[in-house]
Write a protein that binds this ligand. Sequence first.
Ligand code: GYE
Length: 353
Amino acid sequence: MKKKIISLFLSVILVFLLTGCSSESSTGNDSEVLNTNSQKKLIKVGFSQVGAESDWRSANTESMREVFTAENGYQLIFEDAQQKQTNQIMHIRSFIQQEVDYIVLAPVTETGWDTVLQEAKDAGIPVLIVDRMVDVKDDSLYVCWVGSNFELEAQKACAFLDAFTIKNGIEAKNINIVDIQGTIGASAQIGRTKGLKDACKANGWNLVAVENGEFTQTKGREVTEALLNKHPEINVIYCENDNEALGALEAIESLGRVAGTDIMNGEIMVMSFDGVNREARQDVIDKKIACIAECNPLHGPRVASLIEKIENGMVPDKMSFVDEEFFSADYDISSIIAGGNVYPVTFLKEDSN
Ligand code: GYE
């Protein structure tokens, strides 16, 4: 009996000690966690995205959403402009109203931003530009920009076509090319169109027509169909993104023509940009799309690191260009020269897709 009482007494003490200690320490930890969480203010970022016109755009949106999370210390206000600048101007004004810490803008076109960016500057909110550029009179209206060198992408594509014609003994005067442009006034369109125009002049290719394909598959198909009906001599279709290229392939097939590189014997060569869409990459492997100049959409971590720099009192580079690859299949062209530099050609293979 005495033993039982002693052992009961000891276990009560033990339980008391254990629960007492553990509850005290856990309360201590919890309140610490609570304190640090509530003290750590989330950085409020307003992001105005162009829209959802292409696979590139969807990958870009995902990349931004993945990084700007509460776990990473951000509160993201995401707005989709549905390809309209007026919507983007509205977004920026509402971000100013909501007193965000940073405004991130993926501008649909380059011009028309002076007034609203001045408003953001007057409100003391730093603006970061991503993907396409803005053309403003006063550069101090935005802190920095990160994106691709669109003209270089075009120069790479044209260098590939040039190398291809030389390798296959095709005379420049036999190249009948059309440009299916992206959204008019967007940096990606401006750079890619300029690169092609310059190369046509320099190489003596016939630029048969230039049409707007709006960076979409539907428009790409529609425009290609009309062009091939009007100009059956077309043998190269330069699409300013992969979605247009997929549309162009649909048009080629629906007209009973063949996409490929035997362009002196009726095939039609399709060239493209982005390299995000799996189907388009597969078409490169299957030799239906001759080449894709990569345009990398994964800007989320890049924008976040620019914001981090600003948070730490540093001044980020005004312009940051992303390194990009050049995709093709094996046409015995392993490198190209663009803008005075040599770039390797990445041959896409089944196992890399
Ligand atoms: O190439 C296209 C998208 O601005 C780089 O926009 C971007 C372009 C991209 O719709 O697919």
